[in-house]
Each structure stands twice: as C-alpha cells, then as structure tokens.
Design a protein around this ligand. Sequence first.
Ligand code: PEP
Length: 252
Amino acid sequence: MNKFLLGTNWKMNKTLTESIQYTNDLMPIIEKYPQFEFFIIPSYTHLWKIKETIDAQKSPLKLGAQNMHQEDFGQFTGEISPVMLKEIGLDVIELGHSERRQYFNETDEAVNQKALAALKHGFIPLICIGEQLADKNYGVSKEMLAKQLKIALKDMPANAISNFWIAYEPVWAIGVNGIPAETSYVEEIHNFLRTVLIDLYGTIGQEIPLLFGGSVNKNNASDYARLENVDGLFIGRSAWEPDLFEELMVLV
Ligand code: PEP
C-alpha cells in the first residue's frame, strides 16, 4: 500500500535562502505525519543545496525538478539533462505541467520522450495532465485526458509503470485565476483515469498513484483527499509556506 502523496511545485518562486529555510522548517513537520510521502519541487538552481540540506537531516522528504530534457548531453542551450539531475540525487521529475505546455510549447510527444528518459535514469516521472476550460465546456474532457495520458505513456513497459505518478490538474483550476473543481467532477475524472490505466496495464494500472492538483486549499483538501482514486495532492500556492502546508496535512 502506497503512502498518500503530498507535494508542492514552487514554480519560479523562492530565493535560495528562502528555499533552504522552507526545507529546514518542513523537515521536522513531516516527521509528525508518517502516513504521507512528501515531495518538494524547487527551481533547478537550488537543487544541490536543498539536497544537501535534506541529506544532512536524513529526512525522507523527496526532491524533484520541474522539467528535464530527454537527451543525456548535447547542443541544447539552456536545457538540463537526466545525467545532470541524477548527479544531484533527485527522486522525481515533474513533466508536462500546464505552464510548460502553454508557455514553452511542450507537447504530449515531448512529455513521452522525457518520461521514457526519466524512467531510464531511475527517476519517478510525475506526469501532469489536464483539460482546458473549453474542453470541459464542450464535454470532451475525458477524450482530451485519455489522449494526453496515452501519448505520455506510449512505449512504457508494463513492468516500469508502477514507478510513475500521474497528476490530474485541470488547467482552469490552477493558479490565482483558477476555479476550484467540484469534488464530484474530480471523482468522476479520477475514476475515469483509473479505468484508462487499467485498460492499458491491467491490474498494475490499479497501483499507479493518481494525484489531484489545482487550487487545493484548506477548505477543500480533505474532500479531494477522501476520494477513492485520489492517491495524493499536488499543491501550488497553499503549500508555499510550511505552516500552510501543515494546516493541510492536519485536514487530509
Ligand atoms: C499547480 O500549478 O500545479 C497548482 C496546483 O497550483 P495551485 O495549487 O496554486 O492552483
């Protein structure tokens, strides 16, 4: 039985000092909540120092990167390779966040290439999928999500699939302008995603953690967390301060 996952992507926020402070403040908190598996996803430039900070405390806090190139080395100015991230000793690679898709033209095919590379290098790929508001309004959310998921997982060997985490993050629910999703809607979509995974991988599909994200806050966290096919919460703003994060833990 997997632990319930609780994690946060800091996006392009926090200085190095703030990041280390957060990590130092969070580690003693998470010791009080052994029922959860925690992860944080800071900026690339802070990863080495944060890894040292985590290791110094022998903390189980998992550490991830917000993106990764699929090639080991090469002429890809501005990119970071799996080999480089492996040297740091990361656990998780977040791929396909809606902001990467929207502002950096990240396609489903690119997410698939990166996910295959992440797996090859021993990371847990955290694949983000989510439909646009128009998809929801036209009643095609499930088709869009199944497409994203199937392309992201193309050629993924069944024996590797249990090492994946999938985050469902409806694009219209993310960020300051996001509208929190109805619990019943999240339930319907997570149940649907589970059936897609089972269709693809049989019983192993039952074990792949499905996280929910998008305007999760202390008013709705426990409602989402209680849903049968929600195996974790992936949180932005409401987890950017350790004490806010702890308020969520108490509720989940
Ligand atoms: C996100 O950007 O992935 C996210 C979940 O953000 P927020 O919780 O701030 O909506």
